[in-house]
Design a protein around this ligand. Sequence first.
Ligand SMILES: [Fe+2]
Ligand SMILES: [Fe+2]
Length: 148
Amino acid sequence: MAGKIDSVIKASPELMELLNQAIAREVQVSIQYMWQHVQWGGVKGFATKDAFQSIAIEEMKHAEMIAERLYYLGGIPTTKPTPIFVGESLKEMVKQDIKDEANAITLYKKIIDKARKEGDETTNHLFREILRQEEDHHDTFSTLFEDL
Ligand SMILES: [Fe+2]
Ligand SMILES: [Fe+2]
């Protein structure tokens, strides 16, 4: 994507801060889910381990897309993840992940609202697409949790 000097759209500092919060949590969950994929245990883990891995990869793609957008708008993407919680039992892991997906849904709705108010259609559309996937993740983890 083009460098920040040429950016046509001006985002507010608040919107850019929200994008960095989003990046921090995307980096957090990509590591969190991948280490859960490595550390799963128990017979019931067979269904869960693949979900951890495929969702971790989607989260990494989200981090990249949001970072591209933030950089285009003139911001510098953070390298610091929000606190990572792997958990010890499968139940503990999935319970945490449901919470993290719910937080994503709340934050991304806020970003969609803010982007819309600032006339930033691209950020708006980007987060609508990501939000759809976060709802999917939330649904997957919630369904898996029922059998744990
Ligand atoms: Fe994500
Ligand atoms: Fe997610």
